[in-house]
Design a protein around this ligand. Structure first.
Ligand SMILES: CC(C)(COP(=O)(O)OP(=O)(O)OC[C@H]1O[C@@H](n2cnc3c(N)ncnc32)[C@H](O)[C@@H]1OP(=O)(O)O)[C@@H](O)C(=O)NCCC(=O)NCCS
Length: 155
């Protein structure tokens, strides 16, 4: 997967530990930026992590894992987790850049779409991307209300 560059920001594959600082500061503030931020599946087959890099710092992250959703078509075969942009770099397209790159890579691999459990505060972001925001709100312990979001890639 080639790195993609835009205005001083580069999307590239990162290792799980490179996501920890942003996972801790943005998503899971009660956790230190260390092994505590590891997801059990981080190193499983098919799992990859994109980072957006600015001046050698990881400022945006998203982790993609092969997993179907029980209420979606099985072709929507990847799940997005731990999507975040550092607060100093929001609103300028960092997360969009990362998602578009992941969509492109997965589409080339023959995957039909991506889904995520999205925080209430981020639903507008997924709507901006053109993803579907569907179903009722549900509560994720410690993290609050979420809704299912998903996208199906064009044929
Ligand atoms: C959601 C998040 C990842 C978006 O990152 P970002 O880099 O600022 O997003 P972008 O700059 O690519 O935004 C793309 C579009 O979505 C909009 N948008 C971004 N975040 C939004 C939000 N929380 N609510 C509504 N709209 C939002 C932007 O205004 C932009 O719209 P435009 O294209 O009309 O200008 C970031 O706000 C974040 O890390 N939030 C806290 C953690 C979180 O909730 N993560 C998601 C967990 S599911």
């Amino acid at each position: 997967m080639d790195a993609v560059e835009m205005g001083g920001y580069t999307v590239r594959l990162v290792l799980p530990h490179e996501t920890w600082a942003v996972r801790s500061s943005v998503l899971w503030p009660e956790k230190a930026a260390d092994d505590a931020c590891r997801l059990e599946v981080d190193s499983d087959d098919g799992v990859f992590h994109f980072g957006v890099i600015c001046e050698e710092e990881v400022v945006g992250i998203g982790s993609f894992m092969p997993q179907e959703h029980p209420h979606l078509e099985p072709t929507i075969a990847y799940r997005l987790r731990a999507m975040a942009t550092h607060s100093n770099h929001r609103g300028i397209g960092v997360a969009t850049m990362l998602i578009r790159q992941a969509e492109s890579v997965l589409k080339k691999q023959g995957v039909g779409g991506i889904w995520a459990d999205a925080r209430k505060g981020a639903l507008g972001f997924y709507a901006c991307l053109g993803w579907e925001v569907t179903g009722a709100f549900y509560t994720v312990p410690k993290r609050g209300p979420h809704r299912l979001v998903w996208t199906r890639f064009d044929e």
